[in-house]
Design a protein around this ligand. Sequence first.
Ligand code: THU
Length: 133
Amino acid sequence: MYDAKELVRKAVEAKSKAYPKYSNFYVGAALLTENGGIFQGANIENSSYGLTICAERTAIFHAVIEGERNFQAIAIAGDTNEFLPPCGACRQVLAEFCDKDLDVILTNTKGEIKTLKLGELLPYSFGEEFLKS
Ligand code: THU
């Protein structure tokens, strides 16, 4: 098992590294590998708004270029009263590299934690198996 609170702390820390120049909406993520490594991500915006990248994707790309392919959990932190969920694009990118049983740890400004499975957040998903049929 892993320390969910520690992973959330890392996501909160990552939030301060964001570049949310246009929305001022800071998001941090911390992705836990199967071996206990932690990769952080934060949202990085662009004046051409559609080029913005979310915290979750930054974290997963950060890990992938370091050769990591197996993950246990991701924590996401923002400055929201409600639990902050990953957007649809990030769910799909997570599904590329993570099993349906990946823990997605949501947080809010009250410091509460809610853990969902990736499969719950992205049911009936598209994947490589369809490319082979
Ligand atoms: N954002 C994330 O980084 N992750 C989410 O889960 C939701 C949205 C970012 C994208 C953009 O920089 C800002 O939040 C507002 O949408």
